[in-house]
Design a binder for this molecule. Structure first.
Ligand SMILES: Cc1ncc(COP(=O)(O)O)c(C=O)c1O
Length: 407
């Protein structure tokens, strides 16, 4: 079978999860950056239009009640909860992933008062490393940042919290959530998971894994739009014991009683701080409807098939052209993006963008391509590899280009 035939067979086998027509993607564009900013679902545009024209312009302040804006953090949180194995009432949408990580980390470390160490992956996403470091300094404890393979060995009875990103943002390697959570619990530690590259892309069952806390982004595979609010999960067993560090009125047990002192809400709502960004939440809420009737396990199976095809084509056609495969191959432990390394990575990504194929570059030399199986198909994989072959063979890239953009 040639490349196109192999791709067609995959796309046919997974036609049940193809939602490309539910997204607005410009003609001719092959969008492979849904792991950074998801494409726009038509339902997100519709939700914003209703929120602007009916709820804000017409309903005005009444919409806090009539459109139930006030419960958006819980309502949208519950919808995300369905994608990550979190029961209703355990997930809220608020703030950014960084801020939610701060709140969850502070809360988790307090729950293990007396313990002196936070363990994490030395290759964790930078915002995670910065936040972890700050939490440790504020609590007067230390950070043990180790290689992925050394995480279990780093767990002992000094450890308060293990915190990891579930799917690595560079290699797409997926951690074994259940096993690592168990290993941390075995030494009496808690676990905070960053699901930025997992929610909506890989099957996650926080309940089955017995996770303690989790956070993640709304703008990646959940397609909530640029700067979409993030989410936070807290296991029901901790709510009530837990104290988060940013005690704002929206996390109060009775915000509109305007009491002089803080009383935390009895549920995950206590992790809210201030007024929710309604328009952004409505966009995310609208976007999430594209997951209706879609099983994330099927989505992930499609993305694994696409990744297998990509790695095979890369071995066939790219490795001999100066590329190195830089992503996890093993289907048992991979997320939903792929990566190549090439000394001219930045220039090559720019050349691809010039041809309508949008991926991204991560220092020092990584070309990263997100497979969002709701709207990407194996045909995109073939288009990507063919374009890279052509760009290299023709020398059709500007090798003097240096990274300048922010994303
Ligand atoms: C693993 C991970 N965590 C956190 C973030 C950043 O989250 P935020 O900007 O919402 O704070 C990212 C962004 O790409 C990420 O990849």
């Amino acid at each position: 079978m040639d490349w196109q035939e192999r791709a067609a067979a995959i796309d046919e086998a997974f036609a049940d999860v193809d939602r490309r027509s539910a997204f607005e993607i410009p003609d001719g564009v092959c969008y492979l950056d849904g792991n950074s900013l998801g494409a726009m679902p038509r339902s997100a545009r519709e939700a914003i239009e209703v929120a602007v024209a009916e709820e804000w312009a017409t309903g005005l302040i009444r919409s806090w009640n009539t459109a139930d804006w006030i419960h958006l953090p819980q309502r949208v949180g519950d919808r995300i909860g369905q994608l990550i194995g979190a029961p209703a009432g355990t997930t809220i949408v608020a703030d950014s992933t960084s801020l939610n990580l701060y709140k969850a980390m502070q809360a988790a470390v307090r729950l293990r008062g007396g313990r002196t160490v936070i363990v994490t992956d030395v290759d964790n996403f930078p915002t995670d490393l910065y936040i972890i470091d700050r939490v440790a300094r504020q609590r007067g404890i230390e950070v043990r940042a180790v290689m992925k393979r050394d995480i279990r060995a780093a767990l002992d009875d000094e450890v308060a919290v293990l915190t990891l990103t579930h799917v690595d943002y560079r290699t797409s390697e997926m951690a074994d959530m259940t096993a690592l959570t168990r290993a941390a619990h075995d030494v009496g530690a808690l676990v905070v998971w960053d699901l930025a590259h997992s929610a909506g892309a890989v099957p996650v069952d926080l309940t089955a894994a017995n996770a303690d806390f989790a956070v993640g982004c709304g703008y990646k595979f959940l397609n909530g739009g640029p700067g979409a609010p993030a989410f936070l999960y807290a296991a029901p067993r901790h709510v009530g014991m837990v104290q988060q560090p940013l005690e704002g009125w929206m996390g109060h047990a009775s915000p509109f009683a305007f009491e002089r002192s803080y009383r935390p809400a009895a549920d995950v709502t206590q992790f809210l701080v201030g007024t929710p960004p309604v328009l952004a939440m409505r966009a995310l809420e609208g976007a999430l409807t594209v997951f209706d009737g879609v099983d994330v396990r099927r989505l992930h199976a499609k993305s694994l098939a696409m990744a297998r095809l990509f790695h095979e084509l890369a071995d066939e056609a790219l490795v001999g052209r100066g590329f190195r495969v830089a992503s996890q191959r093993d289907s048992a432990s991979r997320g939903s993006h792929v990566a190549l390394a090439h000394p001219q990575g930045y220039a090559l990504v720019q050349a691809l963008i010039g041809r309508g194929i949008i991926g991204d570059f991560r220092r020092p030399d990584v070309l990263r391509f997100g497979f969002a199986p709701l709207y990407n198909g194996a045909d995109d994989v073939v288009r990507l590899v063919e374009a890279l072959v052509d760009i290299i063979d023709r020398g059709d890239y500007d090798s003097t280009l240096r990274e300048s953009a922010v994303v």
